[in-house]
Design a protein around this ligand. Structure first.
Ligand code: SF4
Length: 219
């Protein structure tokens, strides 16, 4: 009786999917309002590790995302999901390959990127009532990145309300002009040897209070 055959497959898949270090500018990151934080991440500066609570919140979010995937699948929507054979849906820009990221899924019939998020009720309501760009410009930038890198014209952001279990979504059309701006931003981060300007000079600024780099940034 063979033992450990599936273990080898599972271990190999985990090793492919996990990042050992962030040596690229992530699509999820490039829309960050703070250029310095993007610079720190890309240039290998070590910040404070994520807390257990933050990591658990991230894990819960990833688990909840599968509900959307499963529901769409049950409804007959044909999805391409991350898999070792498609490099876990990793895309990168052909001009600046250090700009890259992993999409959650592709809706096959529409050739559209699918990106899934979770939010607390107060945040979710902003998405519903005011739209993606007002709700979270970083998410808007992220899906523009995936579309630009994969040459797709359309994407969907789906969000699950963690408090009420409601779901909402918004379709996003690719903007070549906006994507050019993203690439210019990535080039700036890549080409500067020194940290880029801070988003704010006060360590009490809202974005800085929870930033993993605040100790070295505001020393
Ligand atoms: S502490 Fe503030 S200014 Fe410094 S990297 Fe973080 S968000 Fe940017």
């Amino acid at each position: 009786m063979r033992k450990g055959r599936l273990k080898g497959i599972i271990d190999a898949a985990i090793n492919v999917s996990r990042e050992t270090s962030r040596d690229y500018i992530g699509a999820s990151q490039i829309g960050d309002a703070c250029l310095r934080r993007i610079w720190y991440n890309y240039h290998g500066v070590s910040g404070a590790p994520f807390s257990t609570k933050q990591q658990r919140t991230f894990s819960i979010g990833k688990k909840l995302e599968t509900i959307v995937i499963d529901s769409l699948h049950d409804a007959g929507v044909d999805l391409i999901l991350p898999h070792v054979s498609n490099h876990y849906l990793e895309f990168f820009d052909e001009d600046i390959p250090y700009l890259r990221g992993h999409a959650d899924a592709i809706i096959k019939d529409e050739d559209a990127i699918l990106e899934i998020k979770t939010a607390k009720d107060s945040s979710f309501k902003i998405f519903v009532n005011k739209g993606l760009k007002v709700w979270n410009f970083q998410y808007y930038t992220q899906i523009q990145c995936y579309m630009g890198m994969s040459h797709k014209k359309k994407g969907y952001i789906v969000c699950i309300n963690k408090d009420t279990s409601e779901v909402w979504d918004e379709e996003v059309q690719f903007s070549p002009e906006y994507y050019d701006g993203i690439k210019a931003r990535a080039l700036l981060v890549h080409s500067h040897d020194e940290p880029l300007p801070k988003v704010n000079d006060s360590p009490f600024y809202y974005a800085c209070k929870t930033c993993q780099f605040k100790e070295i940034c505001h020393d």
